[in-house]
Design a protein around this ligand. Structure first.
Ligand code: S3P
Length: 423
């Protein structure tokens, strides 16, 4: 994929459905009774992996573009899968589905691509094992393939060492099949879509600070869900609008759940001109349209409790920082190392080849911004968020940039380059 300097971006873009919410709509629809109708579903490869896993367990799922009908069979309606459950590139599929599979009366094997086979699964194996689950890493390296022999489960109070919605959701989903209440406490609150959506399906789930608790064996009922636009996808257009001179972009339908909206807080702290318009609630989630104008950005410090609310946006925030005057420091973000790639390494390497002064640290990076960047050959390493972040860097840099393996944007945003081109 080749991209060039732009002198202005103008127009509107409607953001595709939220990836986290799309995954959950399929999973919860499958274990609810009756039909769940999902509109504005994200047709990204990750969410299609979740659909195919549940189809393999006997759930009828019909898809017509971004509308999906799931014929749920109730909490105990899944059947033993026909073959290995292929999670593709999706950490969310792997970790959330494991919580459901741990309590089933059958065995299953989960596996995915080369990246997924390096991602840490001990973080779910440990709490699930405490609940009585029989879950093993086939190669004994704490990674997929995972072999799960369904088992009776007991409710636990789990103190999670990481702020991870995937870990929290995995344990809460296993809690549906346990003999007693299950609680998860995180060091910092992570995204709360599981709590919001499971409650709408009829689960008895409560949140108190950084603790979420669930009671077992609820009656879950199919729902109508409209998936809000994904702020993690909107992030690329936020950055593009701020960085490319003479730009004005209306980004429509953006989910701004407070556990996800850290990018907006950082953009404001850097001097970004953004208006939040037409605020509304869609399927229990706060949504708005964002009007973004080119701005002179300055550096900031990003650390502490805000990190889980912007973890997936750090690559594009680093790009913003590269063009901002002064220094931006990102700390407390060691989780970046265990995403689709080690994003401390992949961001640093690629920003350096474009001429940026950036130093990696053990839990983040330090960026001395404000120097003009030049076009370069960028390696996405098949990480969708690296490809999209550097597509935006390319528009604000001088000359031509080529993104190797740029088509991996299909994981979370199949129409990304077309939407960008329209502006
Ligand atoms: C997700 C949670 C986050 C995020 C991922 C999606 C989710 O991961 O990075 O893209 O849908 O729950 P962690 O929970 O591992 O931080």
């Amino acid at each position: 994929m080749k991209l060039h300097t732009k002198t202005a971006l103008k127009g509107e873009v409607t953001i595709p459905g939220d990836k986290s919410i799309s995954h959950r709509s399929i999973m919860f629809g499958a274990i609810a009774e009756g039909t769940t109708e999902v509109t504005h579903f994200l047709e990204g490869a990750d969410c299609l992996s979740t659909i195919s896993c549940f189809q393999k367990m006997g759930i009828e799922i019909q898809r017509n573009k971004d509308t999906v009908l799931i014929k749920g069979k109730g909490l105990h309606g899944l059947s033993a899968p026909t073959g290995i459950l292929d999670v593709g590139n999706s950490g969310t599929t792997t970790r959330l589905i494991s919580g459901i599979l741990a309590g089933q009366p059958f065995s299953s094997t989960l596996n995915g691509d080369a990246s997924i086979q390096t991602r840490p699964m001990k973080r779910i194996i440990e709490p699930l094992t405490q609940m009585g689950a029989d879950i093993k890493s086939e190669k004994n390296n704490g990674c997929a393939p995972l072999i799960i022999h369904g088992h009776t489960l007991k409710g636990i109070s789990y103190q999670s060492p990481v702020a991870s919605a995937q870990v929290k959701s995995c344990v809460l989903l296993a809690g549906l099949y346990a003999d007693d209440k299950t609680s998860v406490t995180e060091p910092v609150l992570s995204r709360n879509h599981t709590e919001l959506m499971l409650s709408a399906f009829g689960a008895d789930i409560t949140s108190n600070g950084t603790t979420a608790s669930i009671l077992p064996n609820p009656h879950l009922t199919g729902q109508k869900i409209e998936v809000p636009g994904d702020i993690s996808s909107a992030a690329y257009f936020i950055a593009a609008g701020l960085l490319v001179p003479n730009s004005e972009i209306l980004i429509k339908n953006v989910g701004i759940n407070p556990t996800r909206n850290g990018i907006l807080k950082v953009a404001y702290a850097m001097g970004g001109k953004i208006e939040e318009l037409n605020k509304r609630t869609v399927s229990g989630e706060p949504v708005c349209d964002l009007l973004v104008r080119s701005s002179n950005l300055h550096g900031t410090v990003i650390e502490g409790d805000i990190i889980p609310t912007l973890i997936d946006e750090i690559p594009v925030i680093a790009v913003m920082a590269a063009f901002a005057d002064g220094t931006t420091t990102i700390k407390d973000a060691a989780e970046l190392k265990v995403k689709e790639t080690n994003r401390i390494d992949t961001v640093t390497e690629n920003l350096k080849v474009m001429g940026c002064d950036i130093s990696p640290t053990d839990d983040g990076m330090i960026i001395n911004g404000g120097k003009p960047l030049h076009g370069a050959t960028i390696h996405s390493y098949l990480d969708h968020r690296i490809a999209m972040s550097f597509a935006i860097a390319a528009l604000a840099a001088e000359g031509e940039t080529e993104i190797i393996d740029g088509e991996c944007v299909n994981i979370s945003y199949p129409g990304f380059y077309q939407d960008l081109e329209r502006l």
